[in-house]
Design a protein around this ligand. Structure first.
Ligand SMILES: Nc1nc2c(ncn2[C@@H]2O[C@H](COP(=O)(O)OP(=O)(O)OP(=O)(O)O)[C@@H](O)[C@H]2O)c(=O)[nH]1
Ligand SMILES: [Mg+2]
Length: 256
């Protein structure tokens, strides 16, 4: 990079998916712009009955950094992010960030993710489970599901990633272009695992940085048992496919 070049983080879009986050949305966007005045925001709202979509429109009307994508009905976190990624790729963003609306992902720590991107990472995972990362006020049950899901994924996929289910992430544009987003159909935890695993499989540089994940204070969780089940069923299948592919590459190399 020559001294006159801007780092990729100078063109960042933060995608915030929302379903019934009326109270949280202004708080999170306010915190984000205090911490990172230069980033754009895309709110992807699934026709929230509580009026979050209209509130987002009102915010966008007075702040050119804020954009809103309205979807007709609640269609899951994964689908909302894919729609947001496609919106970003139609525009000139170099970095795309995933952030929850509920305050669990501290905007004040976004600089850690962006610094890692500027240092060369393709995909940066905000991680609760590397040194320096932690969770605050999370009920034991949620901690166990999250820890268990990560150990399960490490074993099933044979990956060393410590927090592959987390949802605070930064992607270089090229990663999103490469991951064949039109073939992603997973949701929730599984969606996060799916994207990170696709990046690992393609040999991209996936880096974890520590974050403090704080339990939501306002509003309701959309977390459900079916999300856990989806991951439990899909992840071992991806692990087997990955190992089969490695084995075939190994055989081909020995033959060749
Ligand atoms: N557009 C859209 N956003 C969603 C949907 N489901 C969840 N979200 C948003 O995605 C983010 C994460 O959802 P949460 O309900 O916080 O899920 P979670 O973090 O697993 O659950 P908690 O730990 O209890 O907060 C929040 O900003 C939600 O409003 C959906 O179907 N569509
Ligand atoms: Mg949450």
């Amino acid at each position: 990079m020559s001294p006159t070049d801007q780092p990729p983080s100078s063109k960042t879009l933060v995608i915030i998916p929302t379903f019934n986050e009326l109270e949280n949305l202004p708080l999170i966007v306010g915190r984000l712009h205090r911490a990172q005045p230069g980033v754009d925001v895309l709110v992807v709202d699934d026709n929230s009955p509580d009026g979050t979509g209209e509130a987002a429109d009102a915010m966008a009307a007075v702040d050119p950094r804020i954009h809103v994508l309205h979807r007709a009905e609640k269609n899951g976190l994964g689908g909302a992010y894919i729609a947001g990624f496609q919106w970003a790729l139609e525009r000139d963003y170099a970095v795309v960030v995933e952030m929850d609306a509920d305050g669990s992902h501290a905007p004040e720590q976004l600089d850690r993710l962006l610094r890692a991107i500027d240092a060369g990472a393709d995909l940066v995972l905000g991680s609760r489970y590397v040194s320096g990362g932690r969770t605050v006020n999370w009920p034991l049950k949620r901690q166990l599901i999250s820890r268990g899901g990560n150990v399960y994924s490490q074993l099933a996929l044979g990956t060393r990633i410590r927090d592959i289910t987390g949802g605070y992430r930064a992607f270089r544009r090229g990663v999103l272009e490469e991951l064949q987003l039109d073939t992603v159909s997973s949701e929730g935890y599984c969606f996060q695992i799916d994207l990170a695993w696709r990046a690992v499989q393609r040999g991209l540089s996936v880096v974890e940085v520590p974050i403090t994940f704080t339990e939501r204070v306002i509003g309701q969780s959309k977390m459900s048992g079916s999300i856990v089940k989806e991951a439990a069923l899909n992840v071992p299948r991806w692990g087997l496919e990955g190992r089969r592919r490695h084995f075939q590459e190994y055989l081909a190399a020995r033959r060749g």
